[in-house]
Design a protein around this ligand. Structure first.
Ligand SMILES: [Zn+2]
Length: 416
């Protein structure tokens, strides 16, 4: 491994300026950003990014899914690129840093290498993935997911938003349905991101070395009982779907607590029929979301959930129907790539800890096809997907320095 000069640092002020310039596109009155995927604001953000990259002499290409790659040549064109970046789309009431930080930190790494006159053996590509948020078009992380072979390109392009506009048509409308072929070999993928959780801030750590992310299982559960009169039906004759749902909701909570501290479980939506004050509920449908970073534990949570749903249905004389909506196995990041991030943090002298991502990221799909790692930096109160999302210039610069160190190790610095 080639060790870069210890004094090589990114320009934190320039990184902050580019973050603020990007945050002006789709800026909201409360200090956040609304830049939905493939909206006019997304187009403006993409145009600004591409303009900066062209000014920096990078070769820009856009693929069918609208993913943008800005390439800095390496000494050895035969080597697969080290790809770094994230996304520029946001939630409807999003913040300045979720996604944009990973893209602009990657761009700052390239500018720093240019300023220092440092060449790398492998090419470096700064990537902007399409529709990471999944807010306008489902599913989330569609650009990286198609790139990694997790989703079909045509199916993804046919996905429509609430107004019936398809992802493919909107890509063409904003001028980002590109001609470049989809996919390609990647030597390594590293994504910098705000943590979107409270752990780094609470522990006073500057850098999170992301070792992987949580696996996710989604279900729709329907409990069928019998609607009946609330006044005339004795308690022992009821088939009350709401009482069964209440027990199941408590059971879901318990399943996560039994696997503390890493497990989380959520019932986020309920629909009750007939939803009337003086009628016993005949039917309840509820959503269940189970998450854990270890596949065997997540599988045990899945078994516990099914067993308890069946037991509750039996006890309450209900019919339980479980539909599996989504099964996302926990992505494991590459040991060598993670070690490169850890070494870069240690070398730069930043406090750090290993961490598992609670949120999904483009890196989770890239981990399926390339050695992958992530760099986390703290965000205020762990709040994200919110207009008040905040991070300090110093922490953002530190994460970018770590990204720089990791990229030099992975791409191979060339001297002379
Ligand atoms: Zn993000």
């Amino acid at each position: 491994m080639i060790v870069p000069p210890p004094n090589l640092r990114i320009d934190g002020a320039r990184l902050w300026q580019s973050l603020m310039a990007m945050a002006a596109i789709g800026a909201t009155p409360k200090g956040g950003v609304c830049r939905l995927a493939l909206s006019d604001e997304d187009r403006a953000a993409r145009d600004r990014f591409v303009g900066w990259c062209r000014d920096a002499g990078l070769a820009v290409r856009v693929d069918r899914l609208g993913n943008i790659f800005a390439r800095r040549a390496g000494r050895d064109a035969a080597l697969p690129p080290v790809v770094i970046g994230s996304h520029l789309d946001t939630q409807p009431t999003g913040g300045k840093f979720d996604g944009a930080y990973g893209v602009l930190a990657a761009f700052e790494v390239v500018r720093t290498l240019d300023d220092a006159g440092i060449a790398t053996a492998a090419p470096i590509e700064v990537v902007v993935w399409t529709n990471e948020e999944g807010s306008r078009f489902a599913p989330a992380c569609v650009g990286s997911g198609v790139y990694a072979g997790a989703f079909d390109a045509d199916d993804s392009l046919s996905r429509a938003d609430r107004d019936g506009k398809t992802l493919g048509a909107e890509l063409a409308r904003i001028g980002y349905a590109g001609p470049a072929p989809m996919g390609g070999a990647v030597g390594a993928y590293v994504e910098a991101h705000i943590e979107q959780g409270p752990i780094l801030e609470a522990e006073g750590k500057t850098i999170g070395i992301v070792t992987g992310a949580q696996g996710i299982r989604w279900y729709d559960v329907t409990l069928e009982g019998q609607a009946a009169h609330a006044g005339t039906t004795p308690m022992d004759r009821r088939r009350d779907a709401i009482q069964g749902a209440a027990m199941l909701i408590a059971a879901v909570d318990a399943i996560a607590l039994e696997q503390a501290p890493s497990a989380v479980a959520t019932v986020g939506a309920l629909s009750v029929a007939p939803n009337s004050r003086n009628t016993i509920a005949g039917s309840v449908t509820l959503t269940v979301d189970l998450r854990h970073p270890d596949a065997p534990v997540l599988a045990a949570m899945d078994r516990a959930f099914r067993a308890r749903a069946a037991a509750i249905a039996k006890a309450r004389r209900l019919d339980a129907r479980i539909v599996d909506v989504w099964d996302f196995p926990p992505p494991e990041f590459d040991r060598g790539c993670v070690a490169a991030v850890r070494a870069a943090a240690a070398r730069a002298g930043f406090s750090h800890r290993d961490i598992v991502s609670g949120a999904g990221h483009d890196a989770c799909y890239m981990a399926r096809i390339a050695p992958t790692a992530m760099v986390f930096v703290p965000c205020a109160d762990g709040i994200s997907h919110n207009e008040i999302e905040a991070a300090t210039p110093a922490d953002l610069a530190a994460g970018c320095d770590v990204l720089l160190g990791a990229v030099l190790a992975l791409a191979g610095e060339v001297r002379g």
